[in-house]
Design a protein around this ligand. Structure first.
Ligand code: KG4
Ligand code: ZN
Length: 332
């Protein structure tokens, strides 16, 4: 049996998971709430919180999986991209365990881990697969030809989709991360306010123009009525969510039509968005494609996806060593 202990600490979630023969047996994540009033992640606070939580989540992951350290086959950790100090906590922790237990280390790319979250549960997608990776730091349109054969087709030229949610939420006075709050408030609203969709080229994305047009719209409306945001919060959220999800879905649709690939997926924190999830299934129906989305606990940052990515690397004998260092800007 291949038993992997995986650690994820690239941003503001401290997570540990146990993967046994490619199945996630435990996936324990501690999300840092310390950043909520700052409108974004404060790197120094994040590293300190990882230090406080890493042992706790690891013990919980082992206990939940019913596994002791003696029964592990390998250790997996996110090498990047992410915050340097945060990555360093996970990597140093794993190096310590590796020396103490004599176990090999498997380094994992955070965005590859998001893609591999699709292979944690049934039904597992077939290849080739069109996948949109949407998180707080990335928006990438990808064709996966195999577990380790990934082609980048397009990406954002400015803000990521998650950032677009978080930054516009901040304009509305909502706390960080704003994406889940916009999703919740949008449920009682209608997308009655229209914003222009920026054109970033065929398969690239741009959200900064949308962000600016929302900013000007709110500024103009609150000049007329200072209570505009409070009075229209649900409709504003529904309109922002509509704009962002339409931009995302339109690129998947175009790529399906152009390539004929009939497997489509979304992964990453923003794939937890209820409107994006339902639009992907509708698009699949329309195009006769199959849609795949990870369960909610595997969408936002978690070590389960890191362990799944590591499992396939383990089978290929793809190990790292104690010279491993974080790579905050590691390209996919
Ligand atoms: O993948 P993730 O957990 O961390 C990064 O690697 O960035 O993604 C976090 C992002 C945040 O921007 C957050 O607002 C967004 O995912 N997010 C959502 C939802 N849940 C998380 N955005 C929209 N709707 C949601 N339900
Ligand atoms: Zn992520």
């Amino acid at each position: 049996m291949i038993n992997i202990l995986a650690i994820e600490s690239s941003c503001d979630d401290t997570s540990a998971a146990v993967i046994m023969d490619g199945i996630v047996r435990s996936n324990i994540t501690s999300t840092q709430l310390e950043h909520s009033s700052y409108g974004g992640v404060v790197p120094e606070l994040a590293s300190r919180q990882h230090l406080n939580k890493i042992l706790e989540v690891t013990e919980a992951a082992l206990i939940t999986a019913g596994l002791s350290l003696d029964n592990l086959s390998a250790l997996a950790v996110t090498k990047g991209p992410g915050l340097l100090g945060s990555l360093l906590v996970g990597i140093s922790f794993v190096k310590g365990l590796s020396i103490a237990l004599g176990l090999p280390i498997i380094e994992v790319h955070h965005m590859h881990a998001h893609l591999m979250s699709l292979f944690a549960t049934d039904p597992r997608p077939d290849f080739p697969l069109i996948c949109l990776t949407v998180s707080g730091g990335h928006t990438q349109l990808i064709i996966m030809r195999d577990y380790d054969h990934v082609e980048l087709i397009g990406e954002t030229i400015d803000d990521a989709a998650g950032e677009a949610f978080d930054k516009t939420a901040k304009m509305l006075g909502l706390s960080y991360p704003g994406g889940p709050l916009i999703d919740k408030l949008a449920k009682d609203g209608k997308p009655i306010f229209k914003f222009p969709y920026p054109d970033a080229g065929k398969y690239n994305f741009s959200f900064s123009g949308l962000k600016t047009s929302i900013l000007y719209f709110l500024r103009d409306q609150t000049k007329i009525n200072p209570d505009f945001i409070a009075l229209n919060l649900n409709d504003i959220c529904a309109s922002i969510q509509h704009a962002i999800t339409e931009i995302l879905i339109s690129k998947i649709s175009l790529l399906v039509k152009e390539t004929g690939i009939k497997n489509i997926a979304i992964v990453g924190g923003v794939s937890a968005n209820s409107s994006l999830r339902s639009k992907l299934f509708k698009l699949a129906d329309l195009l006769g494609a199959k849609a795949y989305i990870p369960s909610l606990d595997l969408c936002t940052d978690n070590a389960g996806m890191v362990g799944i990515a590591a499992y396939y690397k383990y089978k290929n004998g793809n190990f790292s060593n104690l010279y491993l260092t974080p790579d905050p800007r590691w390209k996919l």
